[in-house]
Design a protein. Structure first.
Length: 120
C-alpha cells in the first residue's frame, strides 16, 4: 500500500502512522523553491512541537527558511542522516522525513495532495 501523505499550507507533509505517531518532512514544492539545500537544523528528541510554530531551519544556497509544525506532537526521533546529507531533501523530498513524532494531534485540517496542489 502506498503511503498517504497529508500536507499543510506552509509546505510540510505528514505521514500518519500507527500508535498515534507521524513522520514530518517538507514538500517537493518547498524544496524546489528553496533550491539546493546545504544545511539543516533539527530539534532535540523530547521537544514538544506546537502546530504552526517553527521547529527547525533549512538553509539553501538562496535563503534560510523556517519549517513549521503541521501538527502537535513530541519528537521521538530525528533523521540524523539528513544532518550529514541535507541534499537528500532535494533528491527525494517525500521520503526525507525530518522528525518522527508521538502523541500527534490537531491534524484534521491538513490537505490531501490534490487539495494541497490547488493551493500552489
Amino acid at each position: 500500500m502506498a503511503k498517504q501523505l497529508l500536507f499543510d499550507k506552509t509546505h510540510e507533509w505528514v505521514e500518519l502512522l500507527a500508535d498515534n505517531q507521524a513522520k514530518v518532512g517538507i514538500s517537493d514544492h518547498a524544496q524546489s523553491e528553496l533550491g539546493d539545500i546545504v544545511y539543516l537544523s533539527l530539534p532535540e528528541v523530547g521537544t514538544k512541537l506546537v502546530k504552526g510554530e517553527s521547529f527547525c531551519e533549512v538553509e539553501s544556497v538562496k535563503a534560510v527558511s523556517d519549517v513549521y509544525a503541521p501538527v502537535n506532537g513530541v519528537v521521538v526521533a530525528v533523521n540524523e542522516a539528513l544532518l550529514d546529507a541535507p541534499e537528500e531533501i532535494n533528491v527525494a523530498p517525500l521520503e526525507a522525513w525530518l522528525v518522527l513524532l508521538a502523541e500527534v494531534s490537531d491534524y484534521e485540517d491538513l490537505l490531501d495532495e490534490a487539495a494541497y496542489l490547488e493551493t500552489l
